[in-house]
Design a protein around this ligand. Structure first.
Ligand code: T1G
Length: 699
C-alpha cells in the first residue's frame, strides 16, 4: 500500500512524485509483494499538481510542476498490478496518476475530472492522451472542455473505473488487488488501449462539436480549444508523440495572461476565507435550522439554498397569496432542475419537504439563523428586526439580505447588534455562488466566522466586506452604470456599449443587466445616492425618463431595450431618439464613441472605486474584490477580476487615463489615493495584497 499523504488535498507537490517512485521501486523489488494499491490519506485522493508550483512557472519565477512522464511510465510498466483506490476527488494530475495505474476502484461518492481549463491550462501529465483511451474521445472532450468532474457511477459506465467499492475503500481495494494478482499478468497499460480512439472520420465530427462547445460555453478562453488540439493528437499520433504535443501546448498555456489570471482567481477565492482576528479556533454557532422572512424572488431562492444544503428552513410571508406564489416559484425551479437531470424527483421531494411555509412566527424561537429578505425599505427592515429580536433565542443569528442599506442602523433596532450581520445573496440565490457577508460595527467575530462557515455549507463563496453604502459589489456597480449611461448620451447606443462589454468578456452588457434587475430598482438606488451628486458635475438623464414612462425593463417588456416573447433584448429606436433629444436639450455634444473608450471608462471607473474601497478598509484584499466580481457580477474569470485586470494593464496607465477622464468629464473621476500611490510607486494591487497578507500572517 502506497499512501499519498500531503494535506490538505494530497497535491503532487515537492517530494510526492519522488516518494511514489521510490515506493514503487521497493514494491517491485520485494518478492513477497504480488500487487500494489495506491490510496490518498485524509479526505481525498490526489487533487492535482501543486497549483502553487504552476503559479511560480506562470510568472516565470520557477520551474513549475515536475514532468511526471518517467513516474507515469514506471507505474504503467510495473510488473505487478497497480490498483488505484479513489475516494473524494481525483482531479487533474491526480486523475492522470490514476490513469497510469492498471486498475482503478472508487468509492460510490468519488469524483474524477480534468479541471485544468479552469486554470487556463490543459492536462500536463498525459491526461489528454490516456483519458480518451479509457472513456472514448467524446467523453474526454466533454470532461476536458467543461472541466467538470464526473461521479463514480459515470466513471464506471465510461470505463474509467473498473469497480465501485462499498464500505471501506482500502479493504475493498486490497481484495480487488489480490483477485487480480491471483489471475496473473499481463495487466492493461492504458497507453496501449487504443480501442476507444475511433477513426479520423468519426473523430472529426466529435472534435468539431467540441470546438463549437468550447467557443459557446467557454467564450474567449484559449485553454478549452487548446485541450482539444491535445486530444486530437491522441487520435492522430502515437502515444509518445501525443504526450510531447501535450507538453508543448501546456507550456504555451502557462505563458498566457489567462492562466495567470485564472490561477489568481483560484487562490483569491480561497484567501477570501481568511479574516484577520478570526482563526480555525474562533467559536462558531451550529446552524441546524433556519428561517427566511419574505417569500419573494430572493426569499424563495435563499430558502432553496438552505434546503439544498440539507438545512430545514421555515419561510414566512405576510399573506397566504404571497406565500403560495413564492412556493410555486420554488417548486417550478426544482422541477426544471429535475427535467435537466441535475437531480432526481426523490431529491426534489426531500428538499421541498425541508421548506416549511408559515404565516406566523410559530417555530422561529427554535431556529439558529433568521435571514430577512423583505422589501428594500429601512423602516420595514427595522420593524422586522425589532420583532424577531423579541422571539429568537439568544444565540440565534439575525441576518439581513439587504443589498444597499446600513447594517448598523438595522442592528440598532435590536438588543443584540453583535448577532446581526448582512448576508447579501445574488439572484437567483440558489444558483449564484457569491455571498457578500457584511460586517456591522458590532457584529461579533463568532458571528462572522459562523457566516463564513455557512457560506461553505451552502456551497457559496463568502466574502466579508465592510458596512458602507452598496457594500463592495453594488458600490462599484453604480459608477459603472453611470459611466455607461453618460456614454450613450455622448453618442454610443445601449447596444454598442453592451456588445463592447460582452466582447470584453462580461457575461452580460450593463443595459441588459439594468433591464433584468428592473429600472424601478435602479431609479430607487439612484435616489439613495442623490446626496453624492455634486453641483456642476454631469449626471445621467435618460434613466429617470424611462422610469417615468413606465419602461421598467424586462418585467414591462421595455426598458433600455424592447423585449420579444423569448425575453430577447431588441434595440428600440424610440429609446435612441429619446437619448438624442435629451442630449440635445442638455447641450451634450454627441460624437462617435470607440469601443476602447467604452471599456476604458466602464472598467476604469470600477477599478477606481475598488481602490477607494480598499483605502477605506471595506474590503480586506484586492483579491476579495476580484472574487466578488467573478462569482457575483459576471466579470470574465480569464481576466482575473477588475483589480487583477488593472495590474495586467498597468496601474500607471490606468491612473493616467483616469486623470485624463477627470480633466474631460469632471469630479466623478477623482483618482483614489491608493491608486495614485501605487501608480506613482510602480506598485500593483497584487503587491498591495501581499503586503497586507504579510501583516496579517505576521513574522
Ligand atoms: N494545489 C495546491 N493547493 C491546493 C490544490 C492544488 N491542486 N487544491 C487545493 N489546494 C488548497 C487550497 O488552496 C486550500 O488552501 C486547500 O487546499 C483546500 O482547498 C499536471 C497541471 C480539491 C475540490 O484544479 O478544486 O493537475 O486556502 O478550500 O472546497 O495536468 O480544492 O486552505 O490554504 O478548495 O474542499 C488541477 C483544485 C491542478 C483542483 C477541494 N486540480 N482544487 O475543495 O477545499 S492542475 C485542480 C479544487 C494539474 C496536471 C495539471 C478543490 C478541491 P488554503 P479548498 P474544498
Amino acid at each position: 500500500m502506497i499512501t499519498i499523504d500531503n494535506p490538505p488535498v494530497n497535491a503532487l507537490g515537492p517530494g510526492v512524485p519522488e516518494g511514489i517512485s521510490a515506493a514503487l521501486d521497493r514494491a517491485e523489488q520485494e518478492p513477497s509483494v504480488s500487487a500494489i494499491v495506491m490510496i490518498g490519506a485524509g479526505r481525498t485522493f490526489v487533487a492535482g499538481a501543486d497549483i502553487k508550483q504552476l503559479e511560480e512557472q506562470a510568472h516565470g519565477r520557477g520551474p513549475g510542476a515536475p514532468n511526471l512522464h518517467a513516474l507515469l511510465k514506471k507505474i504503467e510498466d510495473c510488473g505487478k498490478p497497480v490498483v488505484m483506490a479513489i475516494h473524494g476527488t481525483a482531479l487533474g494530475g491526480g486523475l492522470e496518476l490514476a490513469m497510469a495505474g492498471h486498475y482503478r476502484v472508487a468509492r460510490p461518492d468519488a469524483q474524477a475530472g480534468q479541471p485544468e481549463v479552469n486554470l487556463g491550462i490543459i492536462p500536463g501529465a498525459e491526461g489528454s492522451q490516456r483519458l480518451p483511451r479509457l472513456v472514448g474521445v467524446a467523453a474526454a472532450v466533454d470532461m476536458c472542455v467543461s472541466g467538470k468532474p464526473i461521479n463514480a457511477a459515470e466513471g464506471l459506465q465510461l470505463g474509467l473505473f473498473d469497480k465501485l467499492v462499498e464500505g471501506d475503500l482500502l479493504t475493498g481495494a486490497v481484495a480487488f488487488a489480490r483477485e487480480i494478482a491471483a489471475k496473473g499478468s499481463p495487466h492493461p497499460k492504458t497507453r496501449e488501449r487504443n480501442e476507444k480512439l475511433g477513426t479520423l472520420e468519426s473523430n472529426a465530427l466529435v472534435l468539431a462539436a467540441g470546438r463549437e462547445q468550447a467557443r459557446k460555453t467557454r467564450r474567449n478562453m484559449t485553454a478549452p480549444l487548446a485541450v482539444i488540439d491535445a486530444i486530437e493528437a491522441a487520435v492522430t499520433m502515437p502515444f509518445e508523440e501525443g504526450c510531447k504535443r501535450e507538453r508543448e501546448i501546456i507550456q504555451q498555456c502557462l505563458a498566457s495572461y489567462q492562466s495567470r489570471a485564472l490561477i489568481h482567481a483560484f487562490f483569491a477565492e480561497r484567501a477570501a476565507a481568511r479574516i484577520p482576528g478570526i482563526s480555525k479556533d474562533t467559536r462558531t454557532y451550529k446552524i441546524r435550522k433556519a428561517a427566511v422572512i419574505g417569500a419573494g424572488t430572493m426569499g424563495g431562492g435563499i430558502a432553496m439554498a438552505c434546503a439544498n444544503a440539507g438545512i430545514p428552513v421555515l419561510i414566512i410571508d405576510a399573506e397566504q397569496a404571497a406565500l403560495d406564489r413564492g412556493l410555486a416559484t420554488v417548486g417550478k425551479n426544482y422541477e426544471s432542475s429535475v427535467k435537466k437531470g441535475r437531480f432526481s424527483q426523490e431529491t426534489m421531494e426531500q428538499r421541498l419537504a425541508l421548506i416549511q411555509p408559515r404565516l406566523t412566527y410559530n417555530g422561529f424561537e427554535e431556529v439558529d439563523l433568521i435571514i430577512e429578505a423583505v422589501f428594500e425599505n429601512m423602516a420595514l427592515k427595522k420593524q422586522v428586526f425589532a420583532g424577531i429580536d423579541k422571539i429568537a433565542k439568544a444565540d440565534c443569528i439575525l441576518a439581513t439580505n439587504t443589498s444597499t442599506l446600513d447594517i448598523d442602523e438595522i442592528a440598532a433596532a435590536t438588543f443584540r447588534p453583535h448577532m446581526v450581520i448582512g448576508t447579501h445573496f445574488f439572484s437567483p440565490a440558489h444558483v449564484m455562488r457569491l455571498l457578500e457577508i457584511v460586517r456591522g460595527t458590532a457584529t461579533s467575530k463568532e458571528v462572522v466566522a459562523t457566516t463564513l462557515a455557512l457560506a461553505k455549507q451552502l456551497r457559496k463563496v463568502g466574502v466579508v466586506v465592510g458596512n458602507c453604502r452598496g457594500f463592495v459589489g453594488n458600490r462599484m456597480m453604480l459608477p459603472y452604470m453611470r459611466e455607461a449611461q453618460l456614454l450613450v448620451e455622448e453618442g454610443a447606443t445601449p447596444a454598442q456599449v453592451d456588445r463592447a462589454l460582452y466582447d470584453f468578456g462580461m457575461a452580460m452588457g450593463i443595459f441588459a443587466v439594468d433591464d433584468m434587475g428592473g429600472l424601478d430598482l435602479a431609479w430607487r438606488v439612484r435616489q439613495e445616492y442623490k446626496h453624492l451628486e455634486k453641483p456642476g458635475v454631469r449626471v445621467p438623464l435618460v434613466l429617470e425618463q424611462l422610469f417615468r414612462m413606465g419602461r421598467l425593463g424586462q418585467k414591462t417588456g421595455a426598458g433600455w431595450y424592447r423585449y420579444d416573447e423569448s425575453r430577447k433584448p431588441i434595440s428600440d429606436p424610440e429609446v435612441e431618439s429619446l437619448i438624442e433629444t435629451t442630449a440635445k436639450q442638455a447641450a451634450i455634444p454627441r460624437r462617435t464613441i470607440r469601443d476602447e473608450e467604452i471599456i476604458e471608462r466602464c472598467i476604469d471607473v470600477m477599478i477606481n472605486e475598488g481602490a477607494r474601497i480598499l483605502d477605506e478598509g471595506h474590503a480586506q484584499r484586492a483579491g476579495d474584490i476580484d472574487t466578488i466580481y467573478l462569482t457575483g457580477y459576471g466579470f470574465p474569470a480569464y481576466r482575473g477580476g477588475p483589480m487583477w485586470y488593472a495590474d495586467t494593464v498597468g496601474l500607471k496607465k490606468i491612473y493616467d487615463r483616469i486623470l485624463e477622464f477627470q480633466r474631460q468629464h469632471g469630479e466623478w473621476w477623482e483618482p483614489a489615493p491608493l491608486l495614485k500611490r501605487l501608480a506613482e510607486e510602480g506598485g500593483t494591487f497584487a503587491g498591495f495584497d501581499a503586503s497586507r497578507e504579510a501583516i496579517m500572517v505576521g513574522p
